[in-house]
Design a protein around this ligand. Structure first.
Ligand SMILES: CC(C)(COP(=O)(O)OP(=O)(O)OC[C@H]1O[C@@H](n2cnc3c(N)ncnc32)[C@H](O)[C@@H]1OP(=O)(O)O)[C@@H](O)C(=O)NCCC(=O)NCCS
Length: 157
């Protein structure tokens, strides 16, 4: 992939079927366990209770994704996944996706966005804390490889 220019405008949109290959490739390169499969992505693309967002630069290059889950009658939305392409990290793409996920949750009348993150995932922890997420719990052996998770949440205004 062409590197993302420093000035590229990051745009976040809803994912489409044509994004499936990029979504699955990014999932495989970003996570060693607890991955979303192609079939799961395909289902989430067409679901009332899930929304898959895609970030791209200058309308073309696929840079990353966020997956948000909603539950009927619940004011709590869940950020199920957040990942950016390795070449595009540290340039604000993760922040743009997270802010778009929050915006989406607000539009769906959610008061809270919640997420789990590996306790050793320093880049992600920094991102969530910088954007105002608060730690609300620790879950032992939450992930498939036995790693612990922190649960974080943010009140959406
Ligand atoms: C976590 C993740 C989504 C962050 O995405 P990103 O596009 O780098 O996000 P941003 O650029 O908006 O900000 C990330 C923060 O981490 C830092 N960071 C990200 N990648 C970095 C790198 N390679 N080297 C140094 N710092 C880095 C950034 O500086 C920034 O912190 P700061 O603004 O306080 O300095 C990305 O690292 C990723 O996809 N990781 C693998 C998947 C993952 O762990 N997802 C989270 C699951 S809960």
């Amino acid at each position: 992939m062409t590197p993302m220019p420093a000035t590229a405008a990051v745009r976040v949109r809803r994912a489409e079927l044509s994004d499936l290959d990029d979504l699955v490739a990014l999932e495989q390169s970003s996570f060693a366990t607890d991955r979303l499969s192609r079939a799961q992505y395909r289902r989430h693309l067409d679901s009332e209770t899930a929304q898959v967002l895609v970030a791209s630069a200058n309308h073309r290059h696929f840079l990353g994704t966020a997956v948000v889950f909603f539950r009927k009658g619940s004011g709590v939305a869940r950020l199920y996944s957040l990942a950016t392409r390795a070449e595009a990290r540290g340039k604000g793409v993760g922040s743009a996706l997270l802010e778009a996920a929050e915006q989406l949750a607000r539009r769906r009348h959610c008061r809270t966005l919640r997420l789990e993150v590996r306790t050793d995932n320093e880049a992600a922890l920094r991102l969530y804390e910088r954007l105002g997420y608060a730690r609300i719990g620790r879950y032992a052996r939450y992930y498939g490889d036995g790693a612990d998770a922190w649960r974080y949440e943010k009140a959406l205004r």
